[in-house]
Write a protein of this length. Structure first.
Lengths: 367, 188
């Protein structure tokens, strides 16, 4: 990159053939180093660093050629070519850094082609292919380098990437998009609960944290009556990409839940693991009756709040206990926007909640 | 996996990595060598690309075409047939959704941008609207051309484009008969 910057200043003075040589130079150097490190069986650091060098050399070489010949080509097809040309390196060099780069650039590619293309955005199906392509390597990492920090980074990167990109798979039916997100968070929560992943510390388990927070966020949003009224107006098309995606997500989550049951992983009843099923039921009730769905969602959130408090007190975890209290507080605060209640009552209720927070924490500290 | 197998797989990958830019170069060189040259009157403006650097976007005068056909989808592939006007600059002769059977007319594969109902004009996006320049010169180029247009002299800024079988390569941008790169240096 540094060489490119230095050369760039005198770039216009070079002839086309000299420019072309400079475009290929880093690529060939990177390839020679990697060829050497494979033949001489060099160590991990050697392979990781030369892999990263070649990754950027491939990108810069294509970029320079398109610059030399003034080829416009949209940025998404450029990124796609680059990512595909470097994907095999992940497996050939068994490189963790390249796996991270692959996920980051794949996410960037899908954002560009899915979100930033103005009105007529395309669904970036290639994103799914590229993400699935790196999963076998991720599986190896989970199996053999379970505790390494790169594995925990990927444990966060993959769910984050999918959460960011899920929106590009929503075309016109925004309401189904909503269902898709709830199902996705349900899936992540259940992945996070798989014993092998769940054995990690909470901060290394991106699936569980994101699934947990995401589920609550989506449920709080749908606890408003306007959401279900909009739903009644919106839903008309049963033959849509969004519905099919929702079905795939639903059955994947259900499959995982059944698999967990067969393997006797579901030792205690945790309502969070079943939210996606309950929400789907409420969603389809909401298509006919907005009132019932609003009440059911509010009850569900309340139960989840209580559940989180229960988990917190059982595990003696102050964070989870307070999170449960917070869920209930947010729920009550949101209901105040919906209904007209006198300020005296509101004040008393919030003072009551504060006292509740205090005593719950106090009781826990004593234990 | 044995080292030698790993190495052979890497060799195949390395060849593929070399093949892509090489193919791009050969394709462009072929058009530059055997294509027909057109001069497109233009105005440049200066934006940048995060990976490929500074460039000037070229706004061609021949970017719209009057037609009664009003059904064009955004980003739809179109075939733009070219002619030369009395001063030798490129002009659009015909726009079609399919390739037409002409022996004597050159065409460029482009994209439809939008259709203006009140002027009956189709806006065309040509695939050669970027001209890359060295970091410090792109903005100067835009200013130079703007100043040049303030003069009473007629606009003679044009792009040299080689065209062959639907594909096009932008070779240079010319102001007052010299390359825009030299023009910017001369002005500074």
């Amino acid at each position: 990159m540094g060489i490119i910057l230095i050369l760039a200043h005198n770039w216009d003075d070079f002839s086309r053939s000299v420019k072309t040589i400079f475009a290929f130079l880093p690529l060939v150097i990177g390839q020679l180093i990697i060829g050497y490190s494979i033949l001489k069986k060099k160590g991990k650091i050697w392979k990781e660093s030369s892999g990263v060098f070649l990754f950027f050399a491939v990108g810069s070489s294509i970029a320079l050629v398109s610059q030399i010949y003034n080829m416009p080509g949209d940025i998404s097809s450029y990124l796609l070519t680059w990512i595909i040309l470097c994907l095999p390196l992940v497996y050939l060099l068994k490189s963790q850094a390249l796996a991270v780069l692959h996920i980051v650039f794949t996410t960037y590619y899908a954002c560009v082609s899915g979100y930033f293309y103005g009105i007529s955005h395309d669904t970036p199906w290639w994103y799914l292919v590229l993400l699935i392509a790196v999963l076998p390597y991720y599986g190896i990492l989970l199996k053999h380098h379970f505790r390494s920090s790169i594995t925990s980074v990927i444990n966060w990167l993959i769910p984050l990437s999918v959460i960011i990109l899920m929106g590009t798979f929503v075309n016109n039916n925004d309401t189904y998009g909503y269902l898709m997100y709830v199902l996705l968070f349900g899936l992540f929560y259940n992945i996070g609960k798989v014993p092998r992943v769940n054995k990690q510390k909470l901060r290394k388990n991106g699936y569980l944290v994101l699934g947990f927070l995401g589920t609550i966020y989506m449920l709080i949003l749908s606890s408003f009556n306007w959401f279900w009224k909009d739903l009644l107006n919106d839903i008309s098309d049963f033959n849509s990409q969004e519905l099919y995606m929702s079905l795939i997500l639903f059955f994947t989550s259900l499959g995982l839940l059944v698999y967990s049951y067969i393997n006797k992983w579901l030792v205690e009843v945790n309502l969070f693991q079943y939210v996606f099923i309950l929400f789907s039921l409420i969603f389809f009730i909401g298509m006919n009756n907005s009132g019932i769905s609003t009440i059911l969602i509010n009850l569900l959130v309340l139960m989840l709040g209580v559940m989180a408090m229960k988990i917190g007190s059982e595990k003696l975890h102050l964070g989870i206990l307070n999170y449960g209290l917070l869920i209930i507080t947010i729920l009550i605060a949101c209901r105040f926007f919906d209904t007209n209640i006198s300020f005296v009552f509101r004040g008393l209720l919030f003072v009551g909640l504060g006292v509740g927070f205090f005593f719950a924490n106090y009781a826990m500290m004593k234990r | 996996m044995k080292t030698i197998h790993l190495f052979i797989l890497f060799l195949i990958l390395a060849l593929a990595q070399l093949f892509v830019p090489t193919k791009m170069i050969l394709n462009q060189e072929n058009i530059l060598e055997t294509g027909i040259i057109y001069k497109f009157k233009t105005q440049p403006i200066d934006p940048s690309d995060p990976f490929r650097g500074k460039y000037i976007t070229l706004n061609y005068e021949a970017r719209s075409f009057k037609t009664k056909d009003s059904v064009w989808e955004r980003n739809e592939t179109i075939y733009v047939y070219l002619k030369k006007d009395s001063l030798g600059y490129a002009a659009v002769d015909q726009v079609s959704k399919v390739i037409l059977e002409y022996d004597d007319k050159n065409y460029i594969q482009a994209k439809a941008k939008w259709y203006r109902n009140y002027t009956d004009e189709l806006q065309i996006e040509f695939p050669f609207n970027r001209f890359y320049m060295e970091e410090t010169k792109a903005y100067d180029a835009e200013i130079a051309v703007r100043n040049r247009q303030r003069d009473s002299l007629p606009n003679n800024t044009h792009a040299l484009v080689y065209v062959k079988e639907g594909e096009a390569v932008l070779k240079d941008v010319i102001i007052d008969d010299i390359s825009i790169k030299d023009y910017v240096e001369k002005e500074n």
